[in-house]
Design a protein around this ligand. Structure first.
Ligand SMILES: [Zn+2]
Ligand SMILES: [Zn+2]
Length: 381
């Protein structure tokens, strides 16, 4: 651990305070004020962005320019950890560990400010709002504040990996997320006279079953794609066949070609099975985050650099979850790592009993700080 014992204790207290006071996406007012006060106390410059929540700060000066990103929002989940510092905001919880992310970036901010004279370039520190709602990164990019940034790094904690383990892999690391909502319209009838209608329930059942063939029959078995129908609804009594049924769900993929093929097959199956059952469909397709795609050269470089100062570095498995860090990577070469935050068998992200260990904090601070120096040196050559 390169941070001092006092700094570690300070960061643990900060993490517990943030965990106790979670705020939902786009409503991180107290969190933002807390971060701002901490940075201003260190005389770190807060950049003018016009963002309502979240902020971008800056350390160092001149070229090259890099960015470090942490997200700050929480989830609408009733906490069930039993921690002494559990959420005081009932129904809202840092169940994705963004309390850890922002704490470690505050820790890195302090170290980088102390070592500012050693910095050969500028570091922008992004405390990003609304990751869970997938509009925070887009908001930050829209301010133009990152237009001079040449590389960006971030990470997500992984409760299922040992605390302090760092995982870095090339190319796709977290999934592209697509969402669908389908309305199936048939003709309602008396349950005893189904032949006088067009049954939306039987049609929907057939459609949902057929959708399972996208992964099993259309996708390359060597590459990961997920199709999940998560919600179906139809009818409201036992002796009437309803006019309509709905279903919704999500598709996850890691390659642009797979994403496009899955969408095409989805439309083919839904429309043609509906046609076979004499019902009509209305498909609402909601594009979510793009694939979190690590720049191959930068990720190889950071994997190598991180291995120099840390003895627990792995190439992790893909995550089927999505991340709006992907939006930055569409414009700026970037690397998104995983940092273990608990251990195998622990409750995963978004679970009401998910916990992270404070031992992950100093490793995450080092990830930001050491890679900042490595990146500035590489880009400055
Ligand atoms: Zn999350
Ligand atoms: Zn998250």
């Amino acid at each position: 651990m390169t941070i001092s014992a006092e700094h570690y204790d300070e960061l643990v207290a900060i993490r517990h305070h943030l965990h106790e006071n979670p705020e939902l996406s786009g409503q991180e007012f107290e969190t933002t004020a807390y971060i701002k006060a901490y940075l201003e106390n260190l005389t770190i410059e807060i950049l003018e962005t016009g963002l309502k929540t979240g902020l971008v700060a800056q350390v160092g000066q001149g070229e090259p320019v890099i960015a470090l990103r942490a997200d700050i929002d929480a989830l609408p989940i009733l906490e069930n950890t039993g921690l002494p510092f559990a959420s005081k905001n009932a129904g809202v919880m840092h169940a994705c560990g963004h309390d850890l992310h922002q704490t470690s970036l505050l820790g890195a901010a302090k170290v980088l400010k102390q070592r500012e004279t050693e910095l050969n370039g500028t570091v922008k520190l992004i405390f990003q709002h609304a990751e869970e709602a997938h509009f925070g990164a887009t908001d930050v990019l829209a301010t133009g504040i990152l237009s001079d940034v040449q590389a960006i790094i971030g990470y997500h904690n992984m409760p299922t990996l040992p605390a302090g383990q760092i995982g870095i892999r090339e190319k796709g690391v977290m999934a592209a997320v697509d969402q669908f909502f389908v309305t199936v319209t048939g003709i309602g009838s008396h349950a005893a006279y189904p032949h006088e209608g067009a049954d939306s329930i039987v049609a929907t059942s057939a459609i949902v079953s057929s959708l399972q063939q996208i992964v099993s029959r259309n996708m390359d078995p060597q590459r990961a794609v997920v199709v999940s129908v998560t919600h179906m609804a139809a009818g409201n009594t036992w002796n009437v066949l309803p006019d309509t049924a709905i279903f919704e769900g999500t598709i996850r993929s890691f390659e642009q070609a797979d994403r496009a093929l899955a969408k095409q097959r989805f439309y083919d199956i839904v429309e043609n099975v509906a046609n076979a059952y004499g019902v009509t469909v209305d498909i609402d397709w909601i594009l979510g985050t793009n694939v979190t795609y690590n720049d191959p050269e930068l990720s190889a470089f950071l994997l190598d650099e991180t291995s120099r100062w840390h003895d627990d570095v792995v190439v992790p498995e893909l995550s089927n979850a999505g991340e709006d860090f992907a939006s930055y990577q569409e414009q700026i070469p970037g690397v998104f790592a995983f940092i273990g935050s608990n251990g195998p068998g622990s409750p995963g992200l978004h679970f009401s009993d998910m916990t992270v260990k404070d031992e992950a904090i100093p490793v995450a601070v080092d990830y930001y700080v050491n890679n900042t120096f490595a990146l500035l040196e590489k880009l400055g050559q």
